[in-house]
Design a protein around this ligand. Structure first.
Ligand SMILES: NC(=O)c1ccc[n+]([C@@H]2O[C@H](COP(=O)([O-])OP(=O)(O)OC[C@H]3O[C@@H](n4cnc5c(N)ncnc54)[C@H](OP(=O)(O)O)[C@@H]3O)[C@@H](O)[C@H]2O)c1
Length: 243
C-alpha cells in the first residue's frame, strides 16, 4: 500500500490534502499533528468514512529527535512499507514589523517551516533513494515568493523552503524522486481566520480567498504519476495576486 505523510495534516490545508490523497490515489495517510489530537482524530475519521486507511502521528517537526522516534516506531510496526510521499505542510505565522520582531518569533517560524522540512525530509529521503522512487511536496507561500511586509520571518522561512526545493530536486532527480512546492496566497483556514477578507480580497484579481481543497487538488496532482516529469518547481496558487 502506498503511504503518505502529511505534516500538520490535522487541520486546514493539511487536512484537505490528506482527504484528497485518499480520494484521488488511495494513499494510506499518516496524519501528523503537534498539539491538536482531537482535530487529527476527526480527520482520520473522515479518511475512514471515505473507505481509506491511515493513522494519526504526533511529533513536533521542529524536533529532530521526535521526528526520528516517530518514524522509527512506524517503520518497526510496518516493516514492509515505506513512505513514498511526504507533504511538508506544517507551518505557523508570528507576524509583526521586523523592527520590533522578537527573536523567538523569528526562530519559531523558521524552525517549523525550514528546520521542519530538514528534519522530516532528511529522515525519509534515504529510503526513497534506496527505493529509487518518491515524491516530496512542500507547502511554501506567496510570502516566500514575493516577500510580505509584516512577515519577514515567514517570508524568510518559506523562501528557504523554496530554495531547498530547487536544490534537493537536483540532488535526487537521478534516482527518480521529484521535489516540488506550492505557493498559496490567501486561503481560508484557522491561520487566516483573523484577517479582514473584505479588505484583502480587493488585492486578489479573482476577488476572493482560496479554499483549502483548491490547494489540495494541486498537491494531489504533484503527488501523482501525471506529474512525474515536473521537479524543482514552485507553483503559485493565489488567485492571480502574484506570478
Ligand atoms: N492559510 C493560508 O492562507 C496559507 C497561505 C500560504 C501558505 N500556507 C501554509 O500552508 C500550511 C498550512 O497552513 P494552514 O493555513 O492550514 O494552517 P493551520 O490551519 O494553522 O494548521 C496548521 C497545521 O500545522 C500543524 N503544525 C503547526 N506547528 C507544527 C509543528 N511544530 N509540528 C507539527 N505540526 C505543526 C498544526 O497541528 P495542530 O493541529 O496539532 O496544531 C496544524 O495541523 C502552512 O505551512 C502555511 O504556512 C497557508
Amino acid at each position: 500500500m502506498k503511504t503518505a505523510l502529511v505534516t500538520g495534516g490535522s487541520r486546514g490545508l493539511g487536512k484537505a490534502i490528506v482527504l484528497q490523497l485518499v480520494k484521488d490515489h488511495g494513499f494510506n495517510v499518516l496524519i501528523n499533528f503537534t498539539a491538536n489530537e482531537k482535530a487529527a482524530k476527526e480527520t482520520l475519521a473522515e479518511v475512514e468514512a471515505l473507505g481509506g486507511t491511515g493513522e494519526t502521528i504526533q511529533f513536533n517537526v521542529e524536533n529532530k529527535q521526535q521526528v526520528g522516534d516517530a518514524m522509527t516506531t512506524w517503520e518497526k510496526e510496518n516493516p514492509k512499507e515505506y513512505i513514498s510521499l511526504v507533504v511538508n505542510n506544517a507551518g505557523i505565522t508570528r507576524d509583526g514589523l521586523f523592527m520590533w520582531m522578537e527573536e523567538k518569533d523569528w526562530d519559531d517560524v523558521i524552525n517549523v517551516s525550514a528546520k521542519g522540512f530538514f528534519n522530516v525530509t532528511q529522515r525519509l529521503i534515504s529510503k526513497m533513494l534506496r527505493k529509487r522512487a518518491g515524491k516530496v511536496v512542500n507547502v511554501a507561500s506567496l510570502s516566500g515568493m514575493k516577500g510580505v511586509p509584516g512577515q519577514t520571518n515567514y517570508s524568510a522561512a518559506k523562501g528557504a523552503m523554496i530554495a531547498a526545493t530547487k536544490a534537493l530536486a537536483q540532488e535526487v532527480g537521478k534516482r527518480g524522486i521529484t521535489v516540488n512546492a506550492v505557493a498559496p496566497g490567501f486561503i481560508h483556514s484557522d491561520m487566516t481566520s483573523d484577517l479582514n477578507e473584505d479588505e484583502l480580497k480587493k488585492m486578489v484579481p479573482l476577488n476572493r480567498f482560496g479554499q483549502a481543497e483548491e490547494v489540495a487538488h494541486l498537491v494531489s496532482f504533484l503527488a501523482s504519476d501525471k506529474a512525474n516529469y515536473i521537479t524543482g518547481e514552485v507553483i503559485n496558487i493565489n488567485g492571480g495576486i502574484y506570478s
